[in-house]
Design a protein. Structure first.
Ligand code: SIN
Ligand code: MN
Length: 255
């Protein structure tokens, strides 16, 4: 886990939030709603729909540390913005990310990396993420498999995650390693390994907690597709390694 405080400026964060607005159309399949069906929980695949997010995933500030940690060129495997909205943003149960990518998408190895960009200040009040430090050294842990309902992929992004970790496992890991709840100003970036155990609480505060999460996968670790493939907004079909852009994130329209 690596925390780089305020890697993006307030102006850039405001620009990214603005760029989200046209992507929040109510009938888009890549939007995920909370159980109340009124509150938007997440947006997916934004880098494939918006030139702003396309530029973001190619920023040197994200790509270079990812390349160093992957020890390889990376491509964007998944892109999501988890909004965790004021009062109604719901929890994420304890889980590891890699189990979803391995079992559902055929990703061979956990040679991928999450870059989490805080679009809001993350504090102890607004449902920030919790991690069990060093838990990635335990490899893939035996999950509790929840029965899937409706469209399969929706169980990978909602409160009833398909692969969760049970109480004895979490108790054992927390006794060994404790819990970390990284906090930071908006613009901060947190990198974490796909086997690191994590969760987050509901947001009962009046403060939003949007996190933008880019998953870079090693170019040597291309998934071997399963019979039933998840949609493009969860598994990017384009596995071309990303190249750092010279373009700044903030581009003002010519007048
Ligand atoms: C969260 O948004 O709090 C959790 C995200 C994740 O588990 O990837
Ligand atoms: Mn996760």
């Amino acid at each position: 886990m690596l925390l780089l405080p305020e890697l993006f400026s307030n102006e850039e964060v405001a620009y990214l939030k603005e760029a989200m607005t046209p992507l929040k159309k109510a009938d888009s399949p890549e939007l995920v709603w909370e159980k109340n069906t009124q509150t938007l929980r997440a947006l997916h695949g934004c880098h494939l729909r918006s030139p702003v997010f396309r530029r973001l995933v190619r920023q040197k500030r994200l790509l270079e540390p990812s390349r160093q940690m992957l020890n390889d060129e990376g491509y964007v495997y998944q892109f999501k913005i988890n909004l965790k909205q004021p009062f109604n943003g719901e929890l994420w149960p304890w889980h590891q990310d890699f189990i979803f990518w391995h079992k559902k998408d055929g990703m061979p190895l956990p040679n991928a990396l999450n870059a989490v960009l805080f679009l809001d200040d993350c504090t102890e009040f607004n449902g920030s993420m919790w991690f069990i430090p060093n838990s990635h050294h335990e490899g893939l842990l035996e999950p509790m498999v929840k029965k899937e309902t409706g469209e399969g992929w929706k169980n990978d992004v909602g409160v009833d995650l398909t692969y969760q970790l049970d109480e004895p496992t979490i108790a054992r890991l927390v006794e060994k390693w404790g819990i970390a709840a990284p906090k930071g100003k908006s613009g901060t970036v947190l990198f974490f390994h796909p086997n690191l155990v994590h969760a987050s609480l509901p947001n009962i505060s009046p403060l939003g907690r949007s996190l933008l999460i880019v998953t870079y996968n090693s170019a040597q670790n291309i998934p071997v597709p399963k019979e039933q493939q998840r949609p493009w907004f969860l598994v990017n079909p384009d596995t071309t390694p990303e190249v750092c852009t010279e373009e700044p994130l903030l581009l003002t329209l010519a007048v």
